[in-house]
Design a protein around this ligand. Structure first.
Ligand code: FES
Length: 194
């Protein structure tokens, strides 16, 4: 695209698949948890929530990356941290002495995050192992399983459930996902090599 010239034509398909269930989450607390570049697909859900802030209870954004240099949207996160109606917590796996924030995996932020588990929805995006442990940590806090959602990424081609590129067990990520309710895919998700 960078090599294209003004006036050339771009074809766009989509959007495909399932979105974050933001409207279903209204009336509840919302915890958005991102790992690495997984923060990017969560931002639209966060923007919707902030644009309709009065429809939600507590809103918490937890974000983990490898190092401080890997933090995405740093300026935006700093601005979000200044809001009174949103809790933002960022952690890194490792850092030098110039980092004064949390160090450790993102799941470590969950026990101390402020939300009412019984009426909380959680949206997760990140590496699969991170999502698995995050879902487990949320269950430990007794967030209802049916309120936990995550987005799966697979190589996609046709995006309409025909080519099989994105198949995950009996499901097609392009059509049945990419956002899944955790209890719907838990068994597949925890099976290796799928
Ligand atoms: S991308 Fe072809 S089946 Fe999903």
């Amino acid at each position: 695209m960078a090599r294209m010239k003004a006036g050339e034509i771009i074809g766009i398909r989509g959007p495909f698949g399932t979105p974050w269930p933001v409207q279903e989450a209204e009336g509840n607390d919302l915890v958005i948890i991102g790992g690495g570049i997984g923060l990017a697909p969560l931002r639209p859900a966060l923007y919707y929530t902030l644009a309709n802030r009065s429809r939600f209870g507590k809103v918490v954004l937890l974000y983990g990356t490898r190092t401080p240099q890997d933090i995405l949207y740093r300026k935006e996160l700093e601005a979000l941290r200044a809001r009174f109606d949103l809790d933002v917590d960022v952690t890194v796996d490792r850092a030098g002495s110039d980092w004064h924030g949390d160090v450790g995996v993102v799941t470590r932020l969950i026990p101390k995050a402020s939300f009412d588990p019984a009426s909380t929805f959680a949206f997760i995006c990140g590496p699969e192992v991170m999502m698995r442990f995050t879902a487990m940590a949320l269950q430990k806090r007794e967030v209802p399983l049916q309120n936990i959602y995550l987005t799966m990424e697979r190589n996609m081609k046709c995006a309409i459930g025909l080519c099989g590129h994105c198949q995950m067990g009996p499901l097609f990520v392009c059509k049945d996902g990419p956002v899944f309710r955790y209890d719907r895919i838990r068994d597949i998700f925890t099976t290796r090599e799928i």
